[in-house]
Every structure is written in structure tokens, then in C-alpha cells.
Design a protein. Sequence first.
Length: 205
Amino acid sequence: MCRATRPWSSDSIAATAAAVLYFPVSSATFPSEKIGVFWSRAAPPAPPAPPHVMGVWQDIQRKLGLGAARPGRVPLRVFLLDDDTLRHDWFARRFAGDLLDVAEEPTHAIELLSANTYDAVFLDHDLLPHHYRHQGEPDDEHTGYAVAAWLAANPGAQGAAIVIAHTRNADGAMRMVERLRGSGRHAEYVPFPLLSQTIKKYWQR
């Protein structure tokens, strides 16, 4: 024998709707035996990650070039050896917001590489006065090859940096890259016209 149930009044329906809407939906739900709906209560927010954990994660992101375009990203430390002032401006625009050190000749380059730690090292090969005065003659000490040779002979300097020879001189660049790779370094030859794609691949700049 079925027992008759009292119909819902408009007031009870309104009260039920208000109760359900009052509690925000979350993963913590509790069934209601009276009205056959689910009541929801907000779960407490997750605590923020400790600073040292965030620091490690940001360092990993920086090394892999992930999330570099986000506000508040960790600046890169970039070194450039190039005698062309137009290229200086190009690199400054490409790495806006990062730290860029520039040298125009090997001696100054080695001084900066000895004193600082960089994430990226860009090396030109043909430098003044070599480019105009020593064409066809061996003159490694006045070219980017001198810096590549110094890096190869000093594995403790810039050991974690990616080294890119961006010169248009393919023969000179390959000599630099071979010398660097022979010492166990991450080195590549990227002609300047293709440099933008490589920078974006590694550092999202």
C-alpha cells in the first residue's frame, strides 16, 4: 500500500533552489535524502608552492625556453661577439628584457666570458680588421675562432651555455663548431638569416 506524499509548495522549492545555489560546486559533495539533490561545499584552496620549489621550476623553464614570453620571466644572460653595430641593435631588440653583453674583438670577448656566466653565447667569425685586411690569410687570433679556441681550452667557463656561430663565413663557422664540440660543448652553426628561428626554438624570444 502506497502512502500519499504531500506535494511540494512554492516556498519549499524556492528554499531548496536557494540552498543549492548558495554553495559553490566543488569536488566535495554530499547527497541529501530529503530532496534528492547534491549539496556542494567549496574545497579549501591549495597552498602555494614553497619558494624554493618555484625557483627550481623557473630555472628548468628558463633552460628549456618554456614560458619565456610570460610577464615576470627570469632574464637570460646573453653574450654577443660581433663587429656590426646593426647586429648589436638586432640582438638588443630580440633579447629585450634580457641582459646582453657585447664585444667587438676577441680580447674583450674573452675578458667578459671569464668574468660572467651566460645562458647563450653568439660568436661571429670575421671581425675587423681581419675582414678587410687578412682575406685568404690565416689570422685566427683576430677572429671569432680565437674565442672558440679559448672556450674549448677552458671547459669550466660557460659550460652550460649554448654556443652559436652566426657568421656568414661557413668555413670559419664549421672550424669553430668542430673545435667547440671536440671539447664537449653544445655548439651549432646558424647563418645569421636563420638565427631568428633558432632563438625562438631555444628561448622563445
